[in-house]
Ligand binder design. Structure first.
Ligand code: NAD
Ligand code: UDP
Length: 337
């Protein structure tokens, strides 16, 4: 299949490229490298037999989209390009609505012009907001508590309306917490500045870049008092996109899927797993709760298991070991190819 991947140089996109190329798909990447590096694409090529066509540009640029659509004629799109920092979204809401919602609208319009009818969208478990029950299933009400979450919910609604006719399909993948890295240690997550997320922060403490982990509260209603999340290995997540592509080809309309393992782990459990994988001690200091944090989040992934034929196969040890292998082999991220 000819697949356009927006944001393909990013953390999740790059792992997905490897999976798509391994299956022999023709892949075009559109990325403006606002949060990634072209070196990523070199590394994807080193790990693959195929090559991607790279277009450097902004997903909101109609001229870029038009030329790309006419030249490449994608049969399906995987739409990763977007802004993803929850805190920043509250400080810069217009940028987030513009890139995430307007970017999605422009992409759909460009797809319509060439009759491309299938899209896989990067949504997030954050669309659910404060849990009314756990694990979340896809029918759980949507009540996001941040601008970022609202951009994902609005994009989902636009995509569902778009997919309502003419043989179109929009698959909305609600990711839980992606962690870990490619087994080669050549691809991984490289945050710009201090990491917002737990796993990259722990990795940077382990390598000596940061003195200690701030544990954001140990007085939650959880067994050890720290926050619990459903962590999903990035390679499992990448494979969910490949399964979703097949599903989109065979089905019309829109469908949301939770992409998680169905288990949740506390901050303390993540620290212990990382210490075991790295052989390093992670100094921790309990601080106050982070504003807006939820005590526990957990997916019910049974719909994806059933309908996509997809299941997470990597365990906590794989997550911690691959994250450590990536961090120790690339202390400065993608500084060289
Ligand atoms: P990332 O920042 O590593 O990747 C996003 C990519 O999109 C980057 O390469 C960036 O340069 C590119 N990009 C950003 N704005 C663009 C624009 N206007 N035009 C073209 N390219 C642009 O992020 P990621 O972790 O790989 O996340 C991918 C998607 O998954 C995002 O939409 C994100 O919101 C969503 N998501 C991520 C997580 C997570 O924890 N990583 C969780 C849920 C959902
Ligand atoms: N967390 C923490 N210290 C950090 C980063 C995160 O204690 O430096 C906690 C956070 O409160 C949450 C869990 O780790 O309970 C996962 O946080 P992350 O930001 O990775 O994911 P999200 O909260 O967005 O699901």
């Amino acid at each position: 299949m000819r697949v356009l991947v927006t944001g393909g140089a990013g953390y999740i996109g790059s792992h997905t490229l490897v999976e798509l190329l391994a299956l022999g798909h023709d892949v075009c990447v559109l990325d403006d490298f606002s949060n990634s590096s072209p070196v990523v694409i070199d590394r994807v090529h080193d790990l693959s037999n195929g090559r991607v066509i790279l277009v450097e540009g902004d997903v909101r640029n109609d001229d870029t989209l038009k030329a790309l659509m006419q030249d490449f004629r994608p049969e399906a799109v995987i739409h990763f390009a977007g802004l993803k920092a929850v805190g920043e979204s509250m400080a810069r809401p217009i940028s987030y609505y513009d890139v995430n919602v307007n970017g999605t609208l422009r992409l759909l319009r460009a797809m319509d012009k060439v009759g491309c009818k299938k899209i896989i969208f990067s949504s997030s478990a954050t669309v659910y907001g404060e849990p009314q029950y756990l694990p979340y299933d896809e029918a759980h009400p949507l009540n996001p508590t941040s601008v970022y979450g609202r951009t994902k919910m609005m994009s989902e609604q636009i995509l569902a309306d778009w997919a309502g006719s003419d043989g179109r399909a929009a698959i909305l993948l609600r990711y839980f917490n992606p962690v870990g890295a490619h087994a080669s240690a050549r691809l991984g997550e490289h945050p710009d500045g201090p990491p917002n997320n737990l796993m990259p922060f722990i990795a940077q403490v382990a390598i000596g870049k940061r003195a200690r982990l701030a544990v954001f509260g140990d007085d939650y209603d959880t067994p050890d008092g720290t926050g619990k999340r459903d962590y999903i290995h990035v390679v499992d997540l990448a494979r969910a996109h490949v399964s979703a592509l097949d599903y989109a080809v065979e089905n019309n309309g829109s469908q949301a899927f939770n992409i998680g393992t169905g288990a949740s782990l506390s901050v303390r459990e993540m620290v212990a797993a990382f210490e075991a994988a790295s052989g390093k001690t992670i100094p921790c200091e309990v601080t106050k709760r982070r504003e807006g944090d939820i005590a526990s989040m957990q997916a019910d992934p049974s719909l994806a298991n059933e309908k996509l034929g997809w299941t997470a196969t990597h365990d906590l040890n794989d997550m911690a070991q691959s994250a450590w292998a990536w961090q120790s082999a690339n202390p400065d991220g993608y500084s060289k190819s």
